[in-house]
Design a protein around this ligand. Structure first.
Ligand code: PEP
Ligand code: MN
Length: 361
């Protein structure tokens, strides 16, 4: 990895055919900023019945396409293009080894299970492969660290992390919530582990990928993993979020690299401040969501001819918030003060919605 230059992994979500992979590899070999091709041979579908990958046949195609990539890079005097794919079972590791794949990634659903990770790392022991560990779908930094540690414990010494966002109940802005404070905390606890951002699986659609990539660079990520397909709309998996190789080049052109060099103490302070910034931004989003609910409550109260201010409810609510706060170490007066302010604003918002001050007692 060259310092200051993002490490770029790009390629289709799934290997679908020799022709599809060949077209992707050829274009990516010509894009010299790409270091590694990602391509799934076995696809972990959330629900059964979809395309589950071409398995070992895909590995055969990768071997064949590698020759084309080598020739293009050789001619251009560039670095060799490497290839990686996902492994989810010990036999995948065996097959990947017999087809000369350079690196593997452990997918989000596998990282969630320490049993699966343990089995995989036993199979990876001694292979010398680079292993990239995606975060589990839940925002549990310890689970992510645990999978990385299991890799390190079997002697793997080229272990990376990949941030792909965290489950949400319904896709809203993103398919997976980035919760940047989680990878920031991983970096704080494991500063030696390179971290890539996978904005494709965070976004779930093409439009936000460039902005997410820039955020990742601003936060000091080491690189990006971006799904790239010669004909994204025809992709058998994740069609909505894959970019054409041309769109990938434009995205890379647009990325601004800012220096994140600083002494270790400053670096820690910077990472902690970033956590504060992201937590504050979530606080604001939560407040906005809360006042949206207040407006809906105003409508229901107006229909039922109920007063906006309900003293019994307010009293019970405040006591409950103070108790909950105390359980998690928050000062009683502080919690009371905050909720008095929130409640006052909620009353104001409801009044505004109803447009009738008569409802306030
Ligand atoms: C993938 O990278 O294609 C994939 C399945 O990702 P994840 O494990 O992050 O869902
Ligand atoms: Mn995918």
């Amino acid at each position: 990895m060259s310092k200051g230059v993002p490490y770029i992994v790009a390629g289709p979500c799934s290997v679908e055919s020799h022709q599809q992979l060949g077209a992707a590899v050829e274009a990516l070999a010509r894009e010299r900023r790409v270091n590694m091709v990602r391509c799934g041979a076995w696809k972990p579908r959330t629900r059964p019945g979809g395309f589950e990958g071409c398995g070992e046949q895909a590995l055969q195609w990768i071997e064949e396409c590698r020759g084309v990539a080598d020739a293009i890079r050789h001619e251009a005097g560039g670095k060799r293009l490497l290839f990686c794919c996902e492994v989810a079972m010990p036999e995948h590791v065996e097959k990947v080894m017999s087809h000369g794949i350079d690196a593997v990634w452990i997918g989000a659903r596998s990282t969630a299970s320490p049993f699966v990770v343990q089995e995989l790392t036993e199979a990876l022991r001694g292979t010398g492969l680079r292993v990239m560990v995606k975060n589990a779908p839940s925002p549990d930094v310890r689970l992510w660290m645990g999978a990385i540690e299991r890799c390190q414990q079997v002697g793997l010494d080229d272990v990376w992390a990949v941030h792909r966002g965290f489950d949400v109940f319904r896709n809203d802005a993103y398919r997976n919530n980035p919760l940047w404070e989680v990878p920031i905390e991983l970096r704080r606890q494991m500063p030696e582990v390179p971290i890539l951002c996978d904005p494709s699986h965070i976004a779930g659609r093409r439009e936000p990928i460039a902005a997410l990539s820039q955020t990742a660079m601003d936060l000091g990520f080491d690189g990006l993993m971006i799904e790239t397909h010669p004909h994204p709309d025809e992709a058998l998996t994740d069609a909505g979020q894959q970019l054409t190789p041309e769109a990938l080049s434009l995205l890379l052109d647009g990325i601004v690299l800012r220096s994140t060099d600083s002494v270790v103490a400053d670096e820690e302070l910077r990472l902690l401040r970033e956590q504060i910034d992201h937590l504050d931004s979530r606080l604001l989003q939560l407040l906005a969501a809360r006042f949206d609910v207040s407006r809906q409550i105003a409508r229901v109260k107006a229909q039922g001819n109920l007063a906006v201010f309900q003293p019994k409810r307010w009293d019970a609510m405040l006591r409950h918030r103070i108790e909950t706060g105390q359980e998690i170490g928050l000062d009683e007066r502080f919690v009371k003060g905050i909720f008095e302010k929130i409640h006052a604003e909620s009353v104001r918002v409801q009044e505004e919605k109803i447009g009738d001050k008569q409802h306030i007692e």
